[in-house]
Design a protein around this ligand. Structure first.
Ligand code: R1P
Ligand code: URA
Length: 320
């Protein structure tokens, strides 16, 4: 196809979808351009019903996590941290017309819940990525702030994922498309992970480390738990598996990181995964933390990400 840009401008475009130094979100679907309207069904948004560039064009940071309450709390926290006008009551669920996901916006920060597991986050990401594309957002960083089970580390530790791996400790995500298995890379942005790790050093009393994160399709059998409704392996087999995971570099287990890394990577989003651990799986399977401790642990990744975002915004202001 002939370029629509004058020859002198063509060098401004790179294969990363950057234009004049800006990094746009890209969708990789030729059919989208042929559609008269795009309905983002599970978000209760659409290109004809909503002015997406006006609503979301200034978004620079997207934070996602499983629980709606956590993502609302994060939006409220960010609102205060950024010193924005208005109170908590002004932060409304943009997706209130559906009870599938919740979405809150405060300044340049979007906070969205994704439910549990690969299929749930994957649907949300398809629609979120199209939303960012339709809104013509650029230079967007996306971070999953979640909970996880640790391996060989103290509960309450925060793990910044260097590599998301599957249940075989491989850095891949296998997507079934029609009747084929398509294997996608789960590489995350190394620079971003390093920046987050450096940021964590400025926060006292929260043990933070970098390590591989294993993503499973299930919380019970899929994570080697002995306390599900079904269990067909011994305690020894469980421990042998978790120890092999540890040896392969895995420090925590959750249920979304591989598809998150794969989809964000393909669509040009700088992505990171930051999860707190709720227990050490070498010691137990059940999560028996009190409500208050659970809330405090879930705030740990939020504190780190809020510090990171504030730092980035200060840097951006200095450059303007
Ligand atoms: O706390 P969130 O973000 O939901 O993440 C973890 O917690 C859920 C399981 O309890 C899974 O979604 C897992 O990935
Ligand atoms: O053990 C755990 C804890 C939280 N989330 C998980 O997926 N696993």
């Amino acid at each position: 196809m002939a370029s629509i840009l004058p020859a002198s401008n063509r060098s401004m475009i790179s294969d990363k979808n950057t234009y004049a130094g800006k990094r746009f979100v890209h969708v990789k679907n030729p059919y989208l351009d042929t559609m008269d309207e795009d309905i983002l069904y599970h978000l209760d948004l659409g290109t004809k019903t909503h002015n997406l560039p006006a609503m979301f064009g200034d978004v620079k940071f997207v934070c996602v996590g499983g629980s709606p309450n956590r993502m609302k709390a994060f939006a409220v926290f960010m609102h205060k941290e950024l010193g924005l006008k208005g109170g908590e009551e002004d932060i409304k669920d943009i997706c209130a017309g559906t009870d599938r996901y919740c979405m809150f916006k405060t300044g340049p920060v979007l906070s969205i819940s994704h439910g549990m597991g690969i299929p749930s986050i994957s649907i949300m990401l398809h629609e979120l990525i199209k939303l960012l594309h339709h809104a013509r957002c650029c230079d967007v960083t996306i971070i999953r702030i979640g909970t996880s089970g640790g391996i060989g580390i103290a509960p309450g530790s925060v793990v910044i994922t260097d590599t998301a791996v599957d249940s075989f400790f491989k850095p891949r995500f296998e997507q079934v498309i029609l009747d084929n298995i398509v294997t996608r890379s789960t590489e995350l942005d190394k620079e971003l992970a390093e920046e987050l790790f450096n940021c964590s050093k400025e926060i006292p009393n929260i043990p933070t480390l970098m390590g591989h994160t294993m993503c499973t399709y299930d919380f019970y059998e899929g994570q080697g738990r002995l306390d599900g409704a079904l269990c067909s392996f011994s305690r020894e087999k469980k421990l042998d598996y978790l120890k092999r995971a540890y040896k392969a570099g895995v420090r925590n287990i959750e249920m979304e990181s591989t598809v998150f890394a794969a989809m964000c990577g393909l669509c040009g989003l700088k992505a990171a995964v930051v999860c707190v651990t709720l227990l050490d799986r070498l010691n137990c399977d059940q999560i028996n933390l009190s409500h208050d401790i659970l809330v405090e642990y879930q705030q740990r990744p939020q504190l780190l990400i809020s510090n990171f975002i504030k730092k980035q915004l200060r840097l951006r202001d200095q450059m303007l």
